[in-house]
Design a protein around this ligand. Structure first.
Ligand SMILES: NC(=O)c1ccc[n+]([C@@H]2O[C@H](COP(=O)([O-])OP(=O)(O)OC[C@H]3O[C@@H](n4cnc5c(N)ncnc54)[C@H](OP(=O)(O)O)[C@@H]3O)[C@@H](O)[C@H]2O)c1
Length: 216
């Protein structure tokens, strides 16, 4: 059965997936690039990077994925909905290469990009968005791409089977936090932590056998 997965989602020690304020100049607010420095050093990110533990985790992001769902604040800076020409941060050939569903209360027409990515804009519940993405993904898995608000929403709705978080050794103090309103995830998930020589901790949350939602 296809899974719902989160990969490479980077958080600070205090659980923030982005700082504040988010803007076109600073997409991650005062966090800058610090949440993702572990990834920039990998071969996954750039030729010549490391092929160690961080790279092995990072690579799983792209394997077996047939669609992505992301939040409006990942797709663009505050107010992008007012710009009819905004097509995301990633240029003409975004790195998704699948149907990609952007949750927003101000949806617009689909945007077909190069390389197999088509952005679709949805204003609907996590359950309905997931059903649409799963239909598009067929036998493949659906990735929940972030930000923290969207990951939290899908975890809270008990829709996520596997969650890979990367805890960077920084304290942000403010921003968008993944943990708010979630508790006792250890009842639903087997949780493992592995320290990388780069200084980050890879955390995996894997749904315990027998706790899956029964499809309607
Ligand atoms: N740490 C990481 O690895 C990582 C990964 C990806 C992104 N990011 C960063 O995280 C930040 C964005 O995260 P975020 O938590 O602020 O926001 P987000 O999860 O990207 O987006 C939240 C927004 O999506 C829309 N939305 C969510 N659920 C919806 C639903 N069911 N129906 C309709 N609209 C819905 C709403 O926007 P509207 O009401 O405005 O439409 C909501 O405010 C950015 O800085 C991004 O660069 C970090």
């Amino acid at each position: 059965m296809p899974l719902v997965r989160v990969h490479n989602f980077s958080i600070s020690l205090d659980g923030f997936g982005a700082g504040e304020p988010q803007s076109a100049e600073a997409p991650f607010g005062h966090a800058g690039e610090r949440l993702h420095e572990w990834m920039f050093g990998t071969r996954f990110w750039a030729e010549g990077g490391s092929a160690g533990m961080d790279d092995s985790f990072a690579l799983r992001h792209s394997v077996g994925i047939g669609a992505e769902i992301m939040g409006a604040n990942k797709f663009g800076p505050p107010g992008w909905q007012d710009d009819p020409d905004w097509k995301g941060w990633w240029g003409p050939n975004p790195p998704f290469h699948t149907p990609t569903y952007v949750l927003t209360h101000r949806p617009r027409s689909p945007l077909e990009m190069e390389g197999g990515t088509t952005f679709h804009f949805l204003s609907t519940s996590p359950e309905e968005a997931l059903a649409i993405a799963q239909e598009a993904a067929g036998d493949l898995d659906v990735r929940i791409g972030g930000g923290a608000t969207t990951v939290r929403e899908f975890v809270a709705a008990d829709l996520v089977d596997h969650l890979h978080l990367v805890q960077a050794p920084i304290v942000l103090g403010r921003g968008t936090r993944i943990w708010d309103g979630l508790e006792a995830l250890e009842d639903t998930y087997d949780i493992e932590a592995v320290s990388s020589p780069s200084g980050v901790t890879h955390l995996t949350f894997t749904r315990k056998a027998g706790t899956a939602e029964v499809p309607a």
